[in-house]
Design a protein around this ligand. Structure first.
Ligand code: 2AM
Ligand code: CA
Ligand code: CA
Ligand code: CA
Length: 255
């Protein structure tokens, strides 16, 4: 298994180098569903690079990935690699920072490994329930189980602005609301203990790697009706400390 970790880390470092090198060339940007939903040549290239490596090393594994051709799977049976080639594409295009590469390995629907690589900060968060969670070589300690009123909460800007799922009330109870525009960065912040939770509207490639690492700390995550995540299309999402998620479930009256 540690061989698999080294192998995946190698792919991610190489992918990160490709992204850094791309800053010397012109980026090709296309719109997907609307003017803020973008895809670049680098999203496509990194996805292709990771899929080629996975397919040559794990020919039986199945792949769920954001960009064209791989974005649905009927079941999570067997070994599934979940890929978000660039998480925070808008940040990538406009800021050239605050984006991540994310990859997760699931076995029979159970998380095994998660990787979130903050390329510009050169921080690779990785781990899983059998391993704990690391930032590069340093093992993270499990964050304190803080209340909503004791920490900062990450939120999707649209949910907060339109007050979906009591987002403004939940924000009021917290110490403050933060919006990074990158699900990976929000989930890393929960793992580091710098934020108590995250509310958003996400697809499986946005949450799979983060959830695999949250499992190492037994930190909860779910849809916003309390149901388990379905790994099939976009859904509202909460993750955080056990106390924070319990408070959110009470505010939203889900079991
Ligand atoms: P992406 O950059 O990989 O698309 C921004 O709020 C965060 O939500 C990013 O992590 C972004 O991932 C994710 N997201 C999920 N669905 C999105 C959508 N339709 N439009 C913009 N961001 C989306
Ligand atoms: Ca996208
Ligand atoms: Ca994403
Ligand atoms: Ca993406």
């Amino acid at each position: 298994m540690s061989e698999q970790i080294q192998e995946i880390k190698g792919w991610l470092y190489e992918a990160g180098e490709k992204i850094k090198a791309s800053f010397r060339e012109e980026l090709k940007v296309d719109q997907k569903s609307n003017r803020t939903d973008l895809v670049t040549n680098m999203d496509r290239d990194i996805q292709k690079f990771l899929i080629e490596n996975i397919q040559s090393t794990y020919p039986k594994a199945r792949i769920l990935a954001e960009e064209s051709g791989y974005n649905t799977l009927d079941t999570m049976e067997g070994t599934v690699f979940v890929i978000d080639p660039i998480d925070g594409t808008l940040n990538f295009v406009l800021e050239k920072e605050n984006f991540c590469i994310m990859l997760a390995v699931y076995e029979e629907g159970q998380s095994k490994l998660g990787f979130i690589y903050n390329v510009m900060q050169e921080e690779l968060y990785w781990g899983g329930r059998e391993f704990g969670v690391y930032c590069n070589e340093k093992k993270l300690t499990k964050p304190e189980n803080k209340l909503l009123s004791e920490g900062l909460i990450g939120m999707n800007a649209h949910m907060y602005l339109h007050n979906q799922y009591e987002a403004q009330k939940i924000g009021e109870v917290s110490m403050g609301v933060r919006m990074s525009g990158c699900a990976g960065i929000e989930l890393i912040a929960i793992l580091k203990g710098t934020r108590i939770g995250y509310l958003s509207n996400l697809s499986p490639w946005d949450y799979a790697a983060g959830c695999a690492m949250l499992d190492a700390f037994d930190f909860p995550y779910s849809g916003l009706t309390g149901k388990p995540l379905h790994f099939n299309g976009r859904e509202h999402f909460v993750a955080g400390t056990p106390k924070m998620v319990e408070e959110v479930s009470k505010i939203l009256q889900f079991p």
